[in-house]
Write a protein that binds this ligand. Structure first.
Ligand code: NDP
Ligand code: 2IT
Length: 450
């Protein structure tokens, strides 16, 4: 049945849907045994319903740049599934954004949100707008124009967007300001807001910290290992990467790499986080060349000089690797390089950063592999905590959010490890995550009827 659904989907899809088909294919292959073991899933059309978005919203965003020239971008919101709660998921502003990319991200979000155990459905949105190189004023004008269209589709109990690539608390602040002006509602319609007006403490840190809490639990339970004194490689230099590096360093690890879309830094003495933050933090989005200029002993490799098919960020001996930039950034060649260099765990901070053939290879070689929908779920979980605080007009302190995040990441690890074991797939955390997430969503879909 699963093969038939996948074939139908492939037939009805176009080239921009590649990443969506990749995500669906991985999930459906994990689900084959469970779907075929329970006739209720077929009777209720659960798999077909689950791979079809509830709605795809597309709109035009027109705005004036600093020279008063007219600019036009596409805006999107994909509301994929709200069986477990209001649609929830980030907004991505990046030139590579298409409906295909957002469908993959929204589909993955359903499963991630299910794994948190919290009442949130799956969605994603964004635009092909590129915030890089734009003035704050231009970003503000774009965000206002984007929200003029988006506001009618979202609401604190309907759909709650947040950040993703190219969208941090600066952009969320501008978007929230415009929503408030239009609706006159001061409700939690977006998460990841600045702390000054309803944001949760620790939301900026949550995804990266959660990744490391997950890694710590997995390493302890599976290998009786800790991160202390271990060498780690991280890719990316944005929100998720910076906070992953911060927490890894807190636990005593030595992080030797980071990257952006233009190049890679290798610092054998360990990444200087304060310097990196001064270049990349708070949506500054400057070049990593500035890091090399300040740390002459580091190595900067420009993208044009990368070897064919392999990324230098994964070419150094390390204990664990944390891909935190973007989808399909860690290929089979990179996996081979990590294995050769003694890596024992790959923990995804980004969404689907590892290609399917790389995952297969890592798993065959017994490397612990944590899929992003489990290991990066801390961001959306703290978003849900922010929704809770906004709804009850409360403010939780830093320690409370941190404790709850740590506990939640441990629970996700336990849930997927147990599920994998239960279905005879011990240590296959991809199958464990997909099956555990599916069961919760499918049950809700059956109970609510068609
Ligand atoms: P940011 O925009 O803060 O940072 C993205 C980083 O990845 C930047 O260093 C960027 O480089 C690099 N990057 C982006 N696109 C590419 C590309 N095509 N090739 C190479 N490098 C690229 O985003 P986040 O840190 O928020 O997001 C990173 C990943 O984590 C994404 O996959 C996102 O979906 C996922 N994620 C984010 C969450 C969050 O809470 N923010 C939650 C869960 C997952 P440059 O600066 O040059 O553009
Ligand atoms: O991919 C993700 O989980 C996010 N970008 C965060 C989503 C959210 O609603 O906080």
């Amino acid at each position: 049945m699963v093969e038939k659904i996948l074939a139908n989907l492939e037939k009805s899809s176009c080239a921009v849907d590649n990443t969506f088909l990749q995500a669906v294919s991985e999930v459906l292959h994990s689900l084959t045994p469970i779907v075929e073991s329970d006739p209720r899933y077929e009777m209720n059309g659960i798999v077909e319903r689950l791979v079809t978005p509830d709605r795809i919203i597309q709109f035009k965003v027109q705005w004036l740049d600093d020279q008063n020239r007219v600019n036009i971008n596409n805006g999107y919101r994909i509301q994929f599934n709200n069986s477990l709660g209001p649609y929830k998921g980030g907004l991505r502003f990046h030139p590579s954004v298409t409906t295909g990319v957002l469908k993959f991200l929204a589909f993955e979000q359903i499963f991630k949100n299910s794994l948190t155990g919290l009442p949130i459905g799956g969605a994603k949105g964004g635009s092909d707008f590129d915030p890089k190189g734009k003035s704050d004023f231009e970003i503000m004008k774009f965000c206002r124009a984007f929200m003029r269209e988006l506001h009618q589709y979202i609401g604190a109990r309907t759909d709650v967007p947040a950040g993703d690539i190219g969208v941090g608390s600066k952009e969320i602040g501008f978007l929230f300001g415009e929503y408030k002006r239009i609706s006159r509602n001061y409700d939690g319609v977006l998460s990841g807001k600045p702390y000054a007006f309803g944001g949760s403490l620790m939301r900026p840190q949550a995804t990266g910290y959660g990744v490391v809490y997950f890694a710590q639990e997995m390493l302890k339970e599976e290998l009786q290992e800790t991160l202390d004194s271990q060498v780690c490689c991280v890719s990316g230099a944005g929100n998720v990467a910076l906070h992953t590096i911060e927490k890894l360093q807190f636990f005593g690890a030595k992080v030797i790499t980071c990257s952006d879309s233009e190049g890679t830094i290798y610092d054998p003495d360990g990444i200087k986080l304060e310097l990196l933050k001064s270049i990349k933090g708070d949506e500054k989005r400057q070049s990593l060349k500035l890091y090399k200029a300040k740390v002459p002993t580091s190595v900067y490799t420009q993208k044009d000089d990368y070897p064919e098919g392999a990324h230098p960020v994964w070419s150094y001996p390390c204990f664990a690797a944390f891909p935190c930039a973007t989808q399909n950034e860690l290929t089979k060649a990179d996996a081979q390089s990590l294995i050769r260099n003694g890596c024992i765990a790959v923990v995804e901070g980004a969404n689907m950063p590892t290609t399917p053939d790389a995952i297969d290879l890592l798993q065959e070689e017994g490397i612990l592999f944590a899929p992003g929908k489990a290991s990066n779920a801390g961001g959306v979980a703290v978003s849900e905590f922010e929704m809770s605080q906004n709804a009850s007009m409360e403010k939780w302190d830093y320690d409370k959010v941190d404790r709850k995040l740590d506990e939640l990441m441990r629970q996700i690890y336990k849930r997927i490890a147990l599920t994998a074991k239960e279905y005879g797939r011990e240590r296959n955390f991809v199958d464990g995550a997909n099956i555990a997430a599916f069961k919760r969503v499918a049950e809700a879909m059956i109970l609510e009827g068609v």
